[in-house]
Design a protein around this ligand. Structure first.
Ligand SMILES: *[C@@H]1O[C@H](CO)[C@@H](O)[C@H](O)[C@H]1NC(C)=O
Length: 378
């Protein structure tokens, strides 16, 4: 455990969790039932299940296994990382719990907590993590609503709503918890070859399933297809670029494992916001390469600088993987919209993105039911 036993009140975790689960039980008993579907709803629901469940499974593997393994790089913290990851996911997901789409939304909410955890990994207790989750989830849902529903930002892959948000939330938590004290790195915080191996397997799992994460909320068909291809292109480009950039920057030409892990995912973070737009494929490649470069440069120069100047603890370097590429993706989407509105003056900007399958729209669509179905059929 991260906190020595003397300062860790006993039974706090089981009590906290029992209270949470008990309260939820009561809430479900009083308020939650399944809807009674009408005849046309049955077809709609069947279609949604067949199209969504495979994506959903991919995302489950990403979060439970991929992210879990990724966090095992602290050698003596592997079991805690995997189990805390599992616990936090379960804790964060049960809040919103009615159908597959809402479950997806709740996974997206949970993932923000897991990303933020990267900043303070190994230095906090499970209870502190749970407290962070109880604060972060409502704030995430509010910010998502403001960004997507009020401001009308297109962000299928959650680049801004998930990655940028959770990065700065996590860094804020880190700053608040470790304001004055900057403890030097504990020997146990240095990865060993076997812990690095586990962590690398985690990265590869994330890499493989990432297109599902970006594409799941897109409109099925063209937009979804484009989102999958663009994500793959961006992530391939960022993997190759990482090897180039890292080898050039490191002394004795050696590729750094941390760079490879982060850099090859950076493309996936950046592309999320433009993935389903009708971009030329070269834009996806370029964005992937650029984001990998920014990520590696961040690790090399910005992280040490922030550590020195702001005394900021960022254990996994989430600022380089989620913050910087996320901002870059947002800038790319602004560019894409500007270019598109210049090219096709007269046609609506929605041309660029025929399918805005963002979270709230899907939710609205589901509430409207048949409307979503007719949209899919068109
Ligand atoms: C990024 O690199 C850091 C430091 O090497 C590592 O701890 C972390 O697990 C990496 N993140 C990912 C997503 O691979």
């Amino acid at each position: 455990m991260a906190v020595p036993p003397s300062t860790y009140p006993c039974h706090l975790l089981p009590l906290f969790l029992a209270f949470f689960q008990g309260a939820l039980l009561l809430f479900f008993a009083l308020f939650v039932t399944y809807d009674k579907p009408s005849a046309e709803d049955t077809i709609l629901v069947a279609n949604q299940v067949y199209s969504t469940f495979p994506f959903f499974q991919d995302i489950q593997v990403m979060l439970m296994v991929g992210l879990g393994l990724l966090l095992t790089f602290l050698p003596r913290y592997g079991f805690s990382a995997l189990t805390h990851n599992f616990l936090l996911l379960n804790f964060s997901m049960q809040w919103i719990h009615l159908d597959l789409h809402k479950l997806l939304i709740s996974e997206f909410a949970a993932v923000t907590v897991l990303i933020s955890m990267g900043a303070i990994l190994g230095r906090v207790s499970p209870c502190q993590l749970l407290v962070m989750a109880t604060r972060e989830i409502p704030i995430y849902l509010t910010s998502e609503w403001v960004i997507v529903t009020c401001l009308g930002v297109l962000d299928v892959g959650g680049t801004i709503t998930i990655h940028v948000f959770s990065c700065y939330f996590g860094l804020g938590v880190s700053k608040a918890l470790f304001r004055a004290t900057q403890k030097p790195l504990h020997p146990k915080e240095t990865p060993t070859p076997s812990s690095d191996l586990m962590s690398l397997v985690g990265t590869l799992i994330l890499w493989v399933f990432w297109p599902s994460f970006v594409a799941v909320l897109c409109q099925p068909g063209d937009a979804q297809h484009r989102a999958i291809l663009n994500t793959l292109l961006a992530m391939s480009a960022s993997a190759i670029t990482t090897v180039v950039a890292s080898s050039l920057l490191e002394r004795d030409d050696k590729l750094s494992l941390g760079h490879l892990q982060n850099g090859s995912l950076a493309g996936g973070v950046a592309i999320g916001v433009v993935a389903d737009m009708a971009l030329p494929p070269v834009a996806a490649l370029a964005l992937g390469s650029l984001s990998a470069m920014v990520c590696i440069l961040g690790f090399r120069f910005l992280t040490p600088l922030l550590g020195r100047k702001l005394r900021l603890l960022d254990q996994c370097g989430i600022h380089n993987l989620h913050g910087l590429p996320g901002i870059q993706g947002a800038a790319a989407s602004v560019l894409a919209v500007l270019v598109a509105s210049k090219d096709t003056s007269g046609s609506q900007p929605s041309q660029l993105s025929p399918a805005r399958g963002n979270a709230s729209e899907v939710l609205e669509g589901l509430q409207r039911g048949p409307t979503l179905f007719t949209l899919v059929q068109q």
